[in-house]
Design a protein around this ligand. Structure first.
Ligand code: PHE
Length: 340
């Protein structure tokens, strides 16, 4: 019995010494938890010898009730204190600015494509689209590459399970589609779009990439027009001081064929690591439309001439923004995309 009196005294003085909700919770566990002292005392009732049991049990229950009450009082006092504290704090400032929602932006490829379209729009070129899934005939045959023509090797191709159906390796098949749609009228269009090549992926080549095809056909379109158009484009895209240079090349669908270089944007022709010490950067393939291709598009080569070019906007963006890895474009890494 004296143990119980002792327990009550100790519990009460410890309760009075608690400070804050946490120590209050600890107190409760200490006395009323599963292994708490009051809990154990209650469990002990059964073990007390008969004659003393009733008095012991009664005292236990009285202590349980009185400590429980004291706890509630103390807990209420803590709650009141917390309330007072929060009322004394400065009120919520509803004039604070809200959180800004994250802003999306156009993909770098889209931005550059829009720049290119804008420049050619100013030069009088309309924008056309043509299909990404092509047939062998348009991708090769009508572009002067009959089956087994060795030049087909220039384009490693994704073929589908359907014979003769493939993913276009360049935007040039669009030339045929546009010519057949214009039916002998003069043409001045660009054809932007995605192309696919079954190639090893490196810092400079991807299995998927965009191209912008250009096609101009008229009665007296010349190589000078091609050169003027390309120079105008390079200057608008990269700056007025840019120079372009033309090298002879080979494509089955143009004759003569050329490759166009621009003086290096980093060293302006002196030679640096970007241009591999040559002073020049390749920006596109081009040439005068081959008479056979004109014929295939329904144009009489005796009456019409034309030029065509094909450039890679990813390469152009790499030059403009000094990007050293083409895989960044479709890698979906926000750390890259957010820089533009
Ligand atoms: N289609 C060619 C390529 O993908 C580029 C090109 C287009 C060349 C038009 C000449 C004329 O390599």
């Amino acid at each position: 019995m004296s143990d119980l009196a002792n327990l009550e005294q100790r519990a009460l003085s410890e309760l009075n010494a608690t400070d804050g909700e946490e120590s209050l919770r600890a107190w409760k566990t200490r006395y009323f938890g599963e292994q708490g002292e009051v809990t154990l005392a209650l469990k002990n009732i059964g073990k007390i010898p008969g004659p003393e049991r009733a008095a012991y049990g009664k005292e236990c229950n009285r202590i349980k009730a009185s400590l429980g009450e004291a706890f509630e009082v103390r807990q209420q006092a803590e709650k009141d204190k917390a309330l007072e504290r929060s009322l004394a704090e400065p009120p919520i400032d509803v004039t604070l600015p809200g959180r800004r929602p994250a802003h999306g932006r156009l993909h770098l490829a889209t931005q550059v494509m829009r720049d290119i379209r804008g420049i050619f729009a100013d030069l009088g070129f309309q924008v056309y689209r043509s299909r990404e899934v092509e047939d062998d005939e348009h991708n090769f045959g009508l572009l002067n590459m009959p089956p087994h023509h060795p030049a087909r090797d220039m384009w490693d191709t994704f073929h589908t399970m359907t014979p003769g159906v493939l993913l276009r390796t360049h935007t040039s098949p669009g030339q045929i589609h546009v010519m057949r749609q214009f039916k002998g009228k003069p043409i001045r269009v660009i054809l932007p779009g995605m192309c696919y090549r079954y190639e090893a992926i490196t810092t400079r080549s991807e299995i998927q990439f965009q191209q912008v095809e250009g096609l101009a056909i008229g009665s007296r379109v010349s190589m000078a027009d091609l050169k003027g158009t390309i120079s105008a484009f390079a200057r608008r895209m990269f700056g007025e001081e840019r120079q372009v240079r033309i090298r002879s090349s080979y494509f089955p669908f143009t004759e003569p064929s050329i490759e166009v270089d621009m003086d290096c944007i980093v060293c302006a022709g002196k030679g640096c690591s970007l241009c591999k010490k040559s002073g020049w950067l390749e920006i596109m393939g081009a040439g005068m439309v081959h008479p056979t291709v004109l014929k295939n598009g329904g144009y009489d080569p005796e009456q019409f001439t034309g030029f065509a070019f094909g450039m890679g906007p990813q390469r152009i963006a790499m030059l403009k923004y000094a990007i050293d890895d083409i895989r960044q474009f479709w890698g979906n890494d926000l750390r890259f995309l957010q820089q533009f």
